[in-house]
Design a protein around this ligand. Sequence first.
Ligand SMILES: Cc1cn([C@H]2C[C@H](O)[C@@H](COP(=O)(O)OP(=O)(O)OP(=O)(O)O)O2)c(=O)[nH]c1=O
Length: 191
Amino acid sequence: MLTLVLASASPRRRELLAQIGVTFSVAPVDIDETPLADESARDYVLRLAQEKALAGFQCTEGLPVLGSDTTVTVDGQILGKPLDRADATSMLQRLSGRTHQVMTAIALATVNGVYARVVTTQVTFRVLSMEECERYWDTEEPCDKAGGYGIQGLGAVFVTNIQGSYTGVVGLPLCETAELLTRAGLQVWQK
Ligand SMILES: Cc1cn([C@H]2C[C@H](O)[C@@H](COP(=O)(O)OP(=O)(O)OP(=O)(O)O)O2)c(=O)[nH]c1=O
């Protein structure tokens, strides 16, 4: 039985949601992802997740819609997807040898309103050489990922410590997503 629509083009989010036994269809939405002036990273991811869920909800005839957004933040600054090689290597140099935050917001739009929350995870990188950042760009892994890396891929070799939600870093925090779905009366672990 179809219970949910995932408003996302991300293959990672699709895989993660399937992992917890939710039956869903996928309907990506296109929204403007430009941060507002002086918008905090937390407000930003929350707003985008809600906008994705609500944009999807307009087309589903009442089925609940899940939207999500992930951003990397360091010193309060938002690091989105890298624009090009120079942007990607400069992002990775900023993350080198220190701890940053990965924020993922999830929002569920239903006939009863929108349920939403933000999950923040601390991720620590070892020191990265410039040459390594350049070589990592050449793998093509960074280009569609916030902060310019993928913890679930080759980027795993940068990570010395993580405190929080691993699945949140990959794009969909599963424990909190299950809680949100349950709160809205939907069940996980169902085929
Ligand atoms: C930090 C990090 C991010 N990411 C990904 C998760 C998100 O897909 C992406 C951030 O971009 P988002 O804008 O959150 O999502 P998206 O454009 O991929 O998909 P959609 O908006 O349609 O739902 O970065 C990883 O896959 N691994 C990581 O370690």
